[in-house]
Design a protein around this ligand. Structure first.
Ligand SMILES: Cc1cc2nc3c(=O)[nH]c(=O)nc-3n(C[C@H](O)[C@H](O)[C@H](O)COP(=O)(O)O)c2cc1C
Length: 363
């Protein structure tokens, strides 16, 4: 692969993809203030390196929800991956397995829960968009459990879909073979109940439940049990406290890669208040704007157990399928190891709060 770092992938992928799918993946909501803030906020944080520490070997492996992973980076749930490559989620899940990390499958995937389980033996989590039908939501969770997924990650920041203006400008429409494969049965059932709802994508959007609240999290936990439940899309201490009160095992500090509420804070800026509110009672993960090994070290120093990447691996998928996603994870792993070595942290346990200084704007 020609890219030297993850930031260069976007331009390489632009050459491979039609404008509609490219903009759908790259874009953020409205003025894209939050999308840009995700990068800028990482750049304001300084690392405080320690020297004369033996870094002859550096080990970036860690554990999330009891699962050992070879690097503190997981693949985030990203919808409709066959837009990027014919093998879609199958290729991404295989690449995660090869790198020794977790693949998180979106509810809105183009390969089914079962196909992905069949294709890749590594650890897999299922991202849940609860749908309007409780029976349908329960069916999705049961399918993930039966197929061997080991956690359920409920995405909480899409009660309504963010306004991504590039998609509106492009009159974005997906090819007929780009379908939300897990939801086809649910769409058929919903159609039987309420008449036709147009193309599959639109019908899937119509299935999402804007009425979701904390009581539903209790219910989801009861169905998902014994699997751990994560809530993704938390940006405040108040919601982190509620998540803990509702027995959530892990919180994902995320603004959905700047695709939902424009003007929401960068995830890395929201991380300290969430970590303080959680106070060790749940694991805290983070995504949105992670592009460098130093970003990963900064997030870990501020209390994240690990981070997810979204767009970078989708660019790798578009450029070179499974090998492209593997290359992205290898590049990031090499950067993490280097950052750990230069910061004087031979293991992930050494990356503590003393290794970062927040910029003048925040401290
Ligand atoms: C094209 C695209 C589709 C996405 N689809 C989903 C999804 O189906 N479910 C979900 O929880 N998050 C989804 N996300 C958000 C990602 O899980 C993640 O929060 C975000 O991409 C992280 O930011 P990053 O792209 O800057 O790494 C999507 C993101 C992108 C770019």
């Amino acid at each position: 692969m020609k890219a030297v770092n993850l930031l260069e992938l976007e331009d390489l992928a632009r050459e491979r993809l039609p404008q509609g799918p490219f903009d759908f993946i790259a874009g953020g909501a409205e003025d894209e203030v939050t999308l840009r803030a995700n990068r800028e906020a990482f750049q304001r944080i300084q690392l405080r390196p320690r020297v004369l520490v033996d870094v002859s070997t550096v080990d970036p492996s860690t554990e999330v929800l009891g699962q050992r992973i070879e690097l503190p980076v997981l693949l985030a749930p990203v919808a409709l991956q066959r837009l990027a490559h014919d093998e879609g989620e199958l290729a991404s899940a295989r690449a995660a397995e090869a790198a020794g990390t977790v693949f998180t499958l979106s509810t809105v995937s183009t390969c089914t829960i079962e196909q992905v389980a069949e294709a890749a033996g590594g650890p897999k989590w299922f991202q849940l968009y609860p749908i309007r039908s409780k029976e349908g939501t329960a069916r999705l969770i049961e399918r993930a459990k039966a197929a061997g997924y080991t956690a359920v990650c409920v995405t909480a920041d899409v009660p309504w879909l963010g306004r991504r203006e590039a998609d509106i400008r492009n009159h974005l429409q997906f090819a007929p073979d780009i379908v939300p494969a897990n939801l086809l049965d649910e769409i058929r059932l919903a159609d039987l109940a309420s008449g036709p709802r147009g193309p599959a994508g639109g019908a899937a959007a119509g299935l999402a439940d804007p009425g979701l609240d904390w009581e539903d999290i209790d219910w989801i936990r009861s169905i998902a049990s014994p699997l751990p439940v994560l809530v993704k899309g938390i940006l405040t201490a108040e919601d982190a406290t509620l998540a803990v009160a509702h027995g959530v095992d892990s919180i994902v500090v995320s603004n959905h890669g700047g695709r939902q509420l424009d003007g929401a804070p960068a995830s890395i800026e929201a991380l300290p208040e969430v970590v303080a509110a959680v106070d060790g009672r749940a694991e805290v993960l983070l995504d949105s704007g992670v592009r460098r090994g130093t970003d990963v070290v900064k997030a870990l120093a501020l209390g994240a157990k690990a981070v997810f990447i979204g767009r970078p691996y989708i660019w790798g998928l578009a450029i070179d399928g499974e090998a492209g996603v593997q290359a992205v994870l290898s590049m990031l792993r090499a950067e993490i190891e280097l950052a750990m070595a230069l910061a004087g942290c031979p293991s992930v346990a050494d990356i503590d709060r003393s290794r970062v200084r927040l910029g003048p704007a925040t401290e």
